[in-house]
Design a protein around this ligand. Structure first.
Ligand code: PGA
Length: 253
């Protein structure tokens, strides 16, 4: 069974309005059919409305974070119903930068994933270990625990509405990529944990991405690995040509 590959750009806190729009104009007509590669740009929330208005059939827009409640007195936050009402389709949940700088916890990641599903947003649920954990040799156990906690109270019928992104923290924005074998091995471990929770069929259908210094040079070898279903990409998603190279690489999947 083929898993449709996903190339999700994560712009983080980069670009201004004109750059964001120029990017969309440059890639909109160049991306392949959505059934071949799910092409997603996760942008700062201030750009979302303009990007959704201009997205073509084969490009979808995502947010980088959201709150787990419908509404409330939470200054500066954005809710799932707000994203849905603007036609946003994806949301990154539990990125390691949010875990490190904004008190994101396994519990809030879980609540946000549930909330995203409720509002028909596809959560891209992030997990990944620090260098310390990698060097201690406990990566797979650590990541498995993150996944178990993230999927608490998510019923089997909702699992395929989600995507997982495995992003080793030591590889994010550092230019130091996990080797394709390292990435595939941990992603396999994640698939095993999903299998133990939800059974083989779901584990074989769930898309699991790799993230961490993916670029036009290393993308082919990562994408070629059997368990890697695409990439969550920061730096290399900012430039249209570079981003399109990644999307084209995913076409070979
Ligand atoms: P990077 O970021 O590609 O710049 O390493 C990946 C991410 O943070 O999602």
């Amino acid at each position: 069974m083929r898993r449709t590959p996903v190339i999700a750009g994560n712009w983080k806190m980069y670009k201004t309005k004109d750059d964001a729009l120029a990017f969309i104009y440059a890639v909109n007509l160049e991306v392949p059919e959505f059934e071949k590669v799910e092409t997603v740009i996760c942008a700062p929330s201030i750009f979302l409305r303009d990007l959704v208005k201009r997205e073509g059939e084969n490009l979808k827009i995502g947010a980088q974070n959201m709150h787990y409640l419908d509404e409330g007195a939470y200054t500066g936050e954005v809710s799932a119903p707000m994203l849905r009402s603007y036609g946003v389709d994806y949301v990154v949940i539990g990125h390691s930068e949010r875990r490190a700088y904004y008190n994101e916890t396994d519990e809030s990641v879980n609540l946000k994933a549930i909330q995203a599903i409720k509002y028909d947003l596809t959560p891209i649920v992030c997990c990944g270990e620090s260098l310390e954990i990698r060097e201690a040799g406990t990566t797979n156990d650590f990541v498995k625990q993150q996944v178990i906690k993230a999927y608490q109270n998510i019923p089997a019928e909702d699992v395929l509405k989600t995507i997982i992104a495995y992003e080793p923290i030591w590889a994010i924005g550092t230019g130091r990529t996990a080797t394709p074998e390292q990435a595939n091995e941990t992603i396999q471990a994640i698939r095993e944990v999903i299998k133990s929770l939800y059974g083989e069929k779901i584990s074989e259908q769930l898309r699991i991405l790799y993230g961490g210094s993916v670029n036009p040079k290393n993308v082919d070898s990562l994408i070629a690995m059997p368990d890697i279903d695409g990439a969550l990409v920061g730096g290399a998603s900012l430039d249209p040509t570079s981003y399109l190279t990644l999307v084209k690489a995913a076409l070979k999947k």
